[in-house]
Design a protein around this ligand. Structure first.
Ligand SMILES: [Fe+2]
Ligand SMILES: [Fe+2]
Length: 146
């Protein structure tokens, strides 16, 4: 389960940064909020890049399908990116209400997205990819930079 382990850990890390940003916004500490949000968005976008450039293509090559779950995941990444843009705008305007309401939507979206990946896609990758492919994919993902 090397894929699942590595990727789940990244999900948890992103969740933590997001929660810290939200807490900072709630108490009006905009400087910390900005810092934590920046880390959250960099980590999240790097994670998406690892999936889109390494993991999904490996899965698609193995299963011969690029129209299944990976397509849904790519679409959801675009939705998350859209929300990141809106959250950044709320942060820029120091608009607490807008930020907190967008943060609510983001949490729901990410929770559902991550759950699907963890329970379905990552589990499938760990099951169907040959061990060497898993090792290579994991190593390639570790090298991806934002
Ligand atoms: Fe994803
Ligand atoms: Fe993910």
């Amino acid at each position: 389960m090397i894929i699942s382990q590595y990727m789940k850990n990244e999900h948890r890390k992103c969740d933590t940064f997001f929660a810290k940003a939200e807490e900072a916004v709630a108490r009006g500490d905009w400087e910390v909020a900005e810092e934590e949000f920046l880390t959250f968005s960099n980590e999240t976008l790097t994670h998406f890049k690892k999936e889109e450039e390494e993991l999904f293509p490996a899965f698609e090559a193995q299963t011969g399908s690029s129209e299944g779950p990976t397509q849904v995941m790519r679409y959801e990444h675009e939705q998350v990116k859209g929300l990141i843009g809106k959250l950044a705008e709320a942060l820029e305007n120091q608009d607490k209400d807008a930020y907190l309401s967008l943060a609510e939507s983001m949490m729901i979206l990410l929770q559902q997205h991550n759950m699907k990946e963890e329970q379905m896609l990552y589990a499938m990758c760990d099951r169907v990819l040959p061990p060497e492919t898993k090792e290579c994919t994991l190593e390639a993902m570790k090298k991806v930079k934002f």
